[in-house]
Design a protein around this ligand. Structure first.
Ligand SMILES: [Zn+2]
Length: 359
């Protein structure tokens, strides 16, 4: 595997949403739970509870019908379910239960399939990570194996939120959305993406990245790969996701490419690598090394992971000007990533126009 610029893979956009805190997703998770309870325990009183839940979520139900169910069998199944839930006609009770059974059977089928596949993909990820890290330098492969083998993977069958693909949480667990539409290849690359997050440090440490950064010296920040959160502000999330997804796509599909999330993030990073000042050492290799800095084997004389971050940050400054990453972050926060793409796209190679990103 070679890192020269952004890996030259072809990207086919998929929507990706990693948060679990939006209403749609909360509702989806609750919905699956309720359906399973109703089906497994046969307790029809719970149907009223379910009905109440759907009454509060008309907009979400509309969303399902319009956007989610493009497969005829599933669409009609859920239309029946929704019709029942909204009208609560007692005569459709049997129909409702039969829909739940159909759903539960399908959900179980997908769950068992995904569980088997994740077992295989986990091994494949370790092999790919080994190859990648051996190519980058001297990294702790045992630590990689330990982290990846111990991570807990849970599954949800998506119903309401088709954009939810997976999430990594700092208690060393991953949630994967399983959906027949995601098979066969996406589940693998989404798992790879989340496993890459798990290889990033996720503990707190004191880290000063400058008085203008939104962080204060002496305050603990949580670090995930290239992103940091602390106080009220998250920093460099766009960059962390761009790098995570670039690596995941490269590891999952090789240079032939495949479905990718965070395509705009990846495009933006690609633009920066192209338009940087010509004497800068900034490249994807350096970025990948910084990303994996907590896995590096070090002796006492080596620089620390924090030194490595500082050097990386300095290279960004050399390529684009002082405090560039923070300025860019603020710009993206305010104007959005599309606007950043538009502005940076107009820069001449080797001549970044920093004032364009001033807000
Ligand atoms: Zn991610």
């Amino acid at each position: 595997m070679k890192f020269e610029g952004i890996p030259g893979v072809e990207l086919k956009p998929i929507e990706t949403l990693e948060t679990k805190e939006n209403d749609g997703n909360f509702f989806r998770v609750e919905f699956v739970k309720k359906i399973k309870e109703v089906y497994q325990e046969g307790d029809l009183d719970r149907l009223d509870e379910f009905k109440k839940m759907t009454e509060h979520s008309d907009n979400i139900l509309e969303h399902i019908i319009k956007k989610r169910f493009n497969k005829d069998d599933w669409r009609s199944m859920f239309l029946r379910l929704i019709r029942y839930a909204k009208n609560g006609n007692p005569n459709s009770m049997n129909e409702f239960v039969s829909v739940l059974k159909d759903y539960a059977i399908e959900a179980d089928r997908l769950y068992l399939k995904a569980k088997k596949e994740v077992k295989v993909y986990r091994k494949e990820f370790i092999a790919e990570a080994k190859a990648l890290l051996n190519n980058l330098g001297n990294y702790d492969i045992k630590k990689v194996e330990h982290i990846v083998n111990n991570i807990q993977v849970d599954f949800y069958v998506p119903i309401l939120d088709s954009t939810y693909k997976g999430s990594y949480s700092n208690n060393h667990s991953i949630d994967l959305s399983i959906d027949s539409a995601l098979y066969p290849s996406e589940l693998r690359s989404i798992l790879f993406h989340e496993l890459l997050h798990s290889l990033s440090p996720d503990f707190e440490r004191v880290f000063d990245i400058g008085e203008d950064s939104g962080f204060k010296e002496g305050i603990s920040q949580q670090i995930t790969g290239l992103s940091m959160s602390g106080l009220d502000v998250d920093r460099f999330v766009w960059l962390n996701e761009a790098v995570t997804e670039s690596l995941a796509v490269e590891m999952a599909y090789g240079s032939s490419g495949g479905p990718a999330g965070y395509v705009k993030n990846i495009d933006l990073l690609g633009l920066f690598l192209k338009k940087k000042k010509l004497d800068s050492n900034l490249n994807f290799d350096l970025i990948a090394k910084t990303y994996f800095r907590y896995l590096k084997k070090r002796d006492d004389t080596d620089e620390t992971p924090v030194d490595e971050w500082r050097n990386f940050s300095k290279e960004f400054d050399k390529a684009f000007g002082p405090r560039f990453l923070v300025k860019l972050d603020r710009f993206i926060e305010k104007e959005g990533i599309e606007k950043a793409l538009e502005v940076v796209g107009k820069w001449k190679v080797g001549r970044p126009m920093l004032e364009d990103l001033t807000i």
